[in-house]
Design a protein around this ligand. Sequence first.
Ligand code: GRF
Length: 201
Amino acid sequence: MKQPIVILISGAGSNMSAIVRTARERRWDERLGAHVAAVLANRTDAPGLASAAEQGIATAVISHRAHASREAFDEALAKAVDAYQPALVALAGFMRILTPAFVEHYRGRLVNIHPSLLPAFPGLDTHRRAIEAGCRVAGATVHEVTAQLDCGAILAQAAVPIVPGEGPEALAARVLTQEHRIYPDALETWLTARLAQNPSF
Ligand code: GRF
């Protein structure tokens, strides 16, 4: 079974790079029929685009600014994604709220990583909010995407202790290191399960 993966980014793309690196190191293509087919961004200035291109991966920009409405942008994005017939669409620092129609179109094959221990702190600015709430641990969550923001089934989590006195940036950097570990692992688990359900290559 072919399992193309499309990754959507808006920024640095460090999670995307971790997925690409892991896919190569662990031979996802031979073992799971899976490969990162494309990296798409909604911003022309997303630094992750250059990293993906350097690694020989197809890239494209679908700018949200070029579309009059959220619906029109999501339709254009879905058209670009569907060109790769993805088994899995991974949001990796993709900073757009998606329409219910987009989410429904990819139901069961759309996942995200969020920098908090969901269900705590959905939305933005998670590290500052966790520190201000007096949390002793922060973390990250890989989850399925549903129409409700940051609410889908949890696939993986990592907890990161909050060091007394540290700021949001330092915490974010430590959480990001864990994101790079749990996101590829969670995708590998997902791809392995899907292959087991439908083993015909
Ligand atoms: C990550 O912390 C991700 O969880 C959040 O935005 C950050 C993106 O980082 N949504 P990168 O683009 O993967 O480097």
